[in-house]
Design a protein around this ligand. Structure first.
Ligand SMILES: [Zn+2]
Length: 466
């Protein structure tokens, strides 16, 4: 059968036009041809988009050719074409340059009539989808997926997707620069504020991605997540070299979560050197705690070695396992000295050439590292057990670390992924916005009238580890 798709356009002033969009031949006998094919759907969308945009542009041009003040028709200087990139293909829109009316004292002689109507030549929705997808998967996959399902313009490639994402990130960064990096109001009045919720918790992780500019080196990235009892978690991230005001970034995230000036904040960190300094710099007055999650991760690694040891030497293995259990128990109660003693016991037990455990040397190295880690962070080790009994947060997550969620999953998945400082930093901005379910808010603010589907808030179950 022959299928002909037409569109009926009814203009405000009663004029009606009917335009052919596409035509398909569809048989009922052919194999695998039931319904609309993907290719046909792309043709349909592209043709429909072209018709709608051209009609809108035409209608705007007609309505605005005369001077808004004296209603004289303005003279056309020249004709040109605007290439408008959309999710449904690129549309070439004919436009005119008009001379300003004699009654208008603007210094410029002429202006493009459609410039005000269409200031950007990429549609906000295309920009939004490119940014959102590329925040979750690679630039290559984003370009591939867009080409798979939509009639986007042929020239759309990973580099254009990346450039568009950078544009969005820069816009977000510019907005952030205008925000304060200190608590609002006078400290004298903070006492009069309503009683705040439970302390807010901020987990900070440091991580690394491969450096594009200097091969075989790494860039330092910081990722964090704030938790509150009443609001969904918010992530933030940045490349330390790129951000002079991490404090402002954090402040902004906390304010979005409804932080009050009189609210107590607890910092949980992984205890890495770079992060430790940063969190003091950001909030010197707060409580700083070594994240129990990171402590247990390190203990888990040690326990795996102990299991290996038990295979070669059950007696020694059992002793070491027992000493590690004690280490954990002492750390849980904030008894750093005794915990260090127990780690030393483990080292002594392993420091025996007679033991035929192939990873013995490696195990010793890890025990030494654990000893240093505990020593360096001893001022951040509280009595976890007591805090836990009082319902205080002592750990960011048992399921997943923030650095893994914010950085690793997108930026270090493939070993060959390499980043510039800017590239990594910008991607972190859009990625955290997507993970925080905030990207659409930015777009709806920047482009009034734009309504992004599915922008209904989903309640997030904030995972506060017990
Ligand atoms: Zn005029």
């Amino acid at each position: 059968m022959h299928i002909k798709i037409q569109v009926v356009i009814e203009e405000e002033f009663g004029q009606t036009t009917i335009e052919d969009i596409v035509q398909f031949e569809k048989g009922s006998e052919q194999l695998n041809s039931v319904g609309l094919s993907l290719l046909e759907s792309k043709q349909l969308l592209q043709a429909l988009q072209k018709t709608i945009v051209l009609h809108q542009a035409d209608s705007y041009t007609t309505a605005h050719q005369e001077c808004p003040c004296c209603h004289n028709k303005r003279t056309i200087k020249s004709y040109h074409t605007i290439q408008f990139r959309t999710l449904f293909g690129i549309v070439s829109i004919p436009s005119v340059r008009l001379y300003h009316c004699a009654c208008d004292n603007t210094s410029a002689k002429s202006f493009g009539l459609l410039n005000e109507w269409l200031p950007e030549h990429t549609s906000p929705e295309l920009l939004y989808i490119e940014t959102k997808w590329a925040s979750l998967m690679s630039y290559e996959s984003t370009a591939d997926c867009l080409h798979d399902v939509l009639p986007v313009n042929q020239s759309l490639n990973p580099a254009t997707v990346r450039n568009h994402l950078h544009t969005v990130a820069k816009r977000m960064e510019t907005e952030l620069e205008g925000k304060p990096d200190h608590l609002s109001g006078c400290p004298r009045d903070w006492g009069n504020l309503p009683k705040p919720d439970k302390p807010m918790t901020v987990g900070i992780d440091g991580g690394y991605v491969r450096n594009w500019n200097e091969k075989n080196t790494h860039l330092e990235v910081i990722a964090g997540k704030s938790y509150s009892a009443t609001q969904p978690s918010k992530r933030f991230g940045f490349v330390q070299k790129m951000d002079d005001h991490p404090q402002r970034r954090l402040m902004n995230v906390l304010e979005q979560q409804g932080m009050q000036a009189n609210q107590q904040i607890t910092f949980l960190s992984d205890g890495a050197d770079n992060v430790r300094e940063l969190q003091y710099y950001m909030y010197p007055e707060s409580e700083h705690v070594l994240d129990w999650f990171h402590v247990t991760m390190k203990l888990t690694v040690l326990n795996q070695f102990a299991k290996g040891l038990a295979h070669s030497d059950p007696d020694e293995g059992a002793k070491v396992t027992k000493a590690l259990e004690s280490t954990k128990w002492y750390l849980w109660h904030g008894n750093v000295e005794r915990a260090l003693d127990k780690i030393e016991d483990c080292s002594d037990l392993c420091n025996d050439e007679e033991i035929h455990y192939q990873n013995r040397k490696k195990f010793l190295k890890h025990l030494k590292e654990m000893d240093t880690y505990i020593r360096n962070n001893q001022h951040l080790i509280p009595n976890y057990g007591e805090k836990w009994r009082y319902g205080e947060t002592i750990s960011t997550a048992f399921v997943e670390s923030t650095i893994n969620e914010v950085v690793a999953k997108r930026m270090v998945k493939k070993q060959q992924m390499q980043w510039t400082h800017e590239g990594a930093h910008y991607l972190l901005q859009t990625r955290t916005a997507v993970l925080n379910n905030d990207l659409h808010h930015h777009f709806e603010r920047w482009y009034p009238g734009l309504k992004i589907e599915n922008s209904v808030e989903e309640p997030e179950s904030t995972k506060l580890a017990a």
